[in-house]
Design a protein around this ligand. Sequence first.
Ligand code: PLP
Length: 441
Amino acid sequence: MADDIAAGRLRPGDPLPPQRELADTLRVSLGTVTRAYAEARRRGLVIGQRRRGTIVAPERGADSPLASIVSEPSGAIDLAANWPIYAADPDPTAALREIASRPDVRSLLRYPPPEGGARHRAAGAAWLRSQGVKIDPEALLVSGGAQHGIFLSLAASTIPGDTLLVESLTYPGVLAAARTLGLKVRGVAIDEQGLVPEALEAAFAGSDAKVLYCVPTVHNPTTAILSEARKRQIADIVEQHRGWIIEDEIHRSLVEAPTPTLYELAPERTMLVTAASKALAGSLRVGFVTAPSALGQALLSAVQSSVFAVCPLGAELFATWLENGTVTKTVIKKRRSAERRQRLAFDALAEVDGVRLRGDPAAYFVWLTLPTGRSATRLAADARDRGVRVLPRSAFSAEPDGPDDGVRLCIGSPEDEKALTKGLNTVVDLLRRPQTELAIF
Ligand SMILES: Cc1ncc(COP(=O)(O)O)c(C=O)c1O
């Protein structure tokens, strides 16, 4: 099996034969085949799908959200990474010159306090206030982007072996952080409107989990936005179980009228995580985390043991841009561009039979549900062969045996609308053809 996968005779998404059938063909016992399948799964060669049996896993690294950062640019059209439309990034020249010309510029070279400098925490609080979230700067700490904020929040609220609750489809970065921290992950059902409160109640009641990570605003990957009513239910459930919420609000600034945060509904139980990456520029690596008083010290220890303190240069650029209005202008520009790109995706995919598309004007991605019988893993592999990267549902799945029927298309990643259209057309073309099946065994 491993040889066939390495040689390309078995392709990602290919179904493996039922175990009994294979045992008969190879004239070995069923137990031998079962052990071989388990070993293949352990090696990451195959994944189990509830209804479709076992299939060949996505190519190694192909479903990693970080793959395109660490690999050389390949010329491929990237619809896999949630990049924030670089063409709408601000020009940093004037702000960098201004910072460089300040008499106290050298103070930026000193070790900052682990929670971040007062000016930068105040900037974070002011920015959150502009998004309708009332917050005291003292209750905030500076993180190195939202991914770091998630990592800090998990480190502060869990110990290895704990169970983390997440939406059944979730941001791959939280799955990676949970793995690093030795956490078990359990998916909580979502529907068209996002996290289902009754399922959350059952998950807390039926496990020893204490922490919920969720993306209430423009859920990654489905783009759902949680209503205020559901948030109230969720906040109540978490309060009742004396749990913690890690509320990822990275997309909040892009949404015109967001609902109140879980943080406001349960401030002493919520670590709200946000960052400037999607609103301004991915490289700034500046984010903010709200620290409930019971976890303040643990969060600070997590900062110190990970980076000691976040480099203040990105935070200073952010604070300067917040003061001179660049943040507001850039968010408007990015949002308009996202809206236009959403329309391009809907126009391109509208004509394809059987697919369902979900998007949001503020989202840098759309979520595609495939017609029955199509494999998302296979689509991703076929697209990759044609120079387009997309992520199949398994990359977002909290548990390994979900259906293989969804693909996230990141419309914010391609450099321009022409490249986006080319990538979308490739996906449309693949969807219009019958799925290629390889004869196996
Ligand atoms: C939901 C979500 N949270 C967090 C992040 C990471 O953000 P940052 O780049 O600030 O680390 C991303 C990036 O794609 C994301 O989609």
